[in-house]
Design a protein around this ligand. Structure first.
Ligand SMILES: [Zn+2]
Length: 458
């Protein structure tokens, strides 16, 4: 039986417009979008009035660490995808630094299997580059297996297991890969090691957390990003620079994009909300890589989000247990969990600073879909899957315990102006009044397919 639904009078926000109107859904897909207009009555269709509410394509978070397999005491796909859903994220793409790391097809297939059993939202994975697996990744792409992973993650300078690509010859090879986006974690390991040694000599075991942005310094980010941008210009690479954290990198990206328009950049809400003033209050809870930097950096990143220099917002959801985050600096793991707060906090920041919500729709849905070739998702367009989020712009509540497994959030106690009220995945409503529901008794998440995009210039 056909399932028909009309969403009426919503403020529909896309990457380039905002208009009050109706949207209709049939059999899991958006079947019509009526900005400024009214969809006439439709036989057998249910209707929901969304007057005063914001309707956007569901969030696509292409930067999460769901810790499965290997660290499931911190998080797993079931727990974290539930949190994602409640935060308006309808699709996630998980990073490869699990145990074992996702650096070949068999580890990728294992994660796809796991997600097919337990994810509540649409799912996909990045594959990780190492000094030794680049030819193999290239083979996967030429065999047509590139639709099974989103992009190739390169840790340019931050040792995470064996995934550090630190040989220049290997880096050149990665940037020469055409056919998939190359994502970089960009910090120079040499600078960080030297800074850490200095801090250890000065403070011994008791390095204060406020030293974190001096240890994982802006110079480390700038040097590494400089190298990445140079390589991306040299090879015409589709480069996506992850979690940009400094004003200088924003400026470098603005310039580099003129030479290679396929260069894109991500930041996370953590860098738009926190600054180094917060280390005294939050200690290890604010420790992440790259480090949260200064107020000036925060302002530069907000401006870069406004003008489009920042293309996407990923949560960089990196859960650790509260007791792990309470450890002394050296043994305190880096990363903050935020998949449930990322979208509502971004909407809150935009609304409070007068940034048009079109920028949020672009950064959370349209750009991730375009960069990674996620077909038929990310847009409020006829024919797209009905992955939708409804936000009540005035329904915000104080953030309390999140549902993800580690059970804490750096945003605890913050009161955003808005809240995620409803979510549809593939046409099925799975969140109602801010809580889980399912009108058919189950959600129906799907594996994301990553279609070939324009992947290089020249
Ligand atoms: Zn990350």
């Amino acid at each position: 039986m056909t399932d028909r639904l009309i969403l009426r009078n919503a403020t529909m926000v896309t990457g380039n417009s905002s208009a009050i109107g109706d949207l209709d859904i049939e059999d899991g897909r958006i079947s019509g979008v009526w900005p400024g207009g009214k969809r006439q009555k439709w036989p057998a269709a249910r209707e929901i009035d969304l007057r005063g509410k914001i309707l956007m394509a569901g969030g696509i978070d292409t930067h999460v660490h769901f810790r499965e397999p290997g660290m499931t005491w911190k998080a797993d796909i079931a727990s974290e995808s539930t949190a994602a859903l409640l935060g308006g994220i309808t699709s996630f793409v998980d990073m490869p630094n699990t145990t074992p790391p996702t650096v070949n097809l068999s580890t990728l297939e294992d994660k796809l299997q796991r997600a097919s059993r337990s994810s509540l939202v649409n799912y996909g994975f990045h594959i990780g580059a190492t000094n030794d697996n680049i030819e193999q990744i290239q083979r996967y792409i030429s065999l047509g297996l590139g639709t099974r992973f989103a992009g190739i993650k390169v840790f340019m300078g931050s040792s995470t297991g064996n995934m550090l690509v630190d040989r220049d010859s290997a880096l050149e090879k990665v940037f020469g890969i055409h056919g998939k986006p190359i994502l970089v974690h960009s910090e120079d390991e040499g600078i960080i090691k030297a800074n850490l040694l200095d801090a250890t000599e000065k403070y011994g075991e008791n390095i204060p957390f406020s030293m974190h942005p001096q240890i994982r310094s802006r110079e480390a980010c700038i040097k590494s990003t400089h190298k990445a941008l140079d390589l991306a210009i040299k090879y015409g690479t589709r480069l996506h620079v992850l979690h940009v954290s400094t004003a200088e990198e924003v400026e470098m990206l603005r310039e580099a994009k003129k030479s290679n328009p396929l260069i894109t950049a991500e930041t996370s809400v953590n860098y738009l909300w926190f600054s180094d003033k917060d280390y005294a209050r939050m200690g290890g809870k604010l420790k992440s890589n790259p480090a949260v930097k200064t107020e000036d950096d925060r302002r530069a990143l907000i401006e870069a989000l406004s003008d489009g220099t920042i293309d996407t917002i990923g949560s960089d959801h990196a859960p650790h247990l509260s007791e792990e985050k309470d450890r002394p600096y050296i043994i305190c793991p880096s990363g903050m969990p935020s998949v449930q707060q990322s979208l509502p906090m971004a909407v809150h920041i935009a609304m409070s600073l007068g940034i048009p919500l079109t920028r949020i729709a672009s950064a959370f849905s349209e750009k991730p879909a375009s960069i990674f070739g996620i077909g038929s998702r990310g847009f409020l367009k006829k024919g797209c899957f009905a992955d939708l989020v409804v936000i009540d712009p005035e329904g915000g509540q104080v953030i309390e315990t999140p549902v993800y497994k580690c059970g804490w959030t750096p945003y605890e106690g913050v009161k955003p102006s808005c809240r995620v009220e409803m979510v549809w995945i593939n046409g099925i409503r799975v969140v109602k009044e801010g809580a889980l529901c399912s009108e058919t008794g189950q959600s129906n998440p799907r594996q994301l397919r990553f279609l070939p995009t324009v992947s290089s210039i020249g």
